[in-house]
Design a protein around this ligand. Structure first.
Ligand code: FES
Length: 236
């Protein structure tokens, strides 16, 4: 073997090493990019049953007067951390809680329906819904609700991003688009003996931006049996 062919072999070897190193670097960058775009799979295998807490104690009916307004919205995370939900005590006239009946809710995008639970609590007027807009995912305080001004002007949820509106007294059905999906319903349970409220499940469309309600986020710390209700200013 001549010197020329030895040099040629070395060059080829070096070229191969450069290609492998560059490939590894690109693969490393791509891995980071992919990890950022698609977070590691996390979540839950079933809906947890959690007691609603407010200011460190189980939430009571008196903590959620009808149509809490004054620039505030009442929220809690469920089923995972950073999955905000509205908590509302529906009223038709700004004073008297109004019972919410269970009902079939229409999904404009599919033409299908699903069963939304009725209200719970002493007046069957307390309801909860995902607070992530089903159009493009805007969150509170950009999506928020207005108190009823009169029987003819009931409480409604409005997203300032593009103007979608939802009716929380009718399963958060779509009033006006551009959204084509109602807000997912968050199922509550009321214990008349203790006066406590629990959140137990969800139904309806999947939370916006998720493959399933139970994935794509961080569960509450292991063993935690409650989720905190917070009050956020609409002015943000
Ligand atoms: S994100 Fe709410 S209307 Fe578009």
């Amino acid at each position: 073997m001549g010197e020329e062919s030895i040099d040629s072999g070395k060059r080829n070897f070096l070229k191969a090493m450069v290609v492998i190193s560059a490939g590894a670097a690109v693969a490393g960058v791509l891995k980071g990019v992919v990890q950022n775009i698609i977070p590691p799979s996390s979540g839950l295998t079933s809906f947890p049953e959690l007691t609603l807490f407010f200011n460190g104690n189980p939430l009571k009916y008196s903590d959620i007067p009808p149509n809490v307004t004054g620039g505030n919205i009442v929220l809690f995370d469920y089923p995972l951390q950073s999955d905000p939900n509205f908590l509302l005590n529906i009223s038709n006239d700004n004073k008297t809680p109004a019972p919410v009946e269970p009902m079939s809710v229409f999904i404009p995008a599919t033409g299908g329906t699903y069963e939304s639970p009725g209200g719970v609590g002493p007046d069957n007027s307390v309801v909860a819904f995902s607070a992530i807009c089903q159009h493009l995912g805007c969150v509170p305080p950009i999506i928020h609700y207005y108190a009823a001004g009169s029987p003819a002007f009931p409480t409604y949820i409005h997203c300032d991003c593009h103007g979608s509106t939802y009716d929380p007294s009718k399963g958060a059905k779509v009033i006006t688009g551009p959204t084509t999906h109602p807000l997912p319903a968050t199922i509550l349970k009321y214990d008349a003996v203790t006066g406590n409220f629990k959140v137990v499940s969800m139904t309806g469309p999947t939370i916006y931006g998720k493959i399933s309600d139970l994935t794509g986020g961080t569960p509450l710390p292991e063993g935690q049996t409650y989720t905190d209700v917070t009050v956020e200013s609409i002015q943000g």
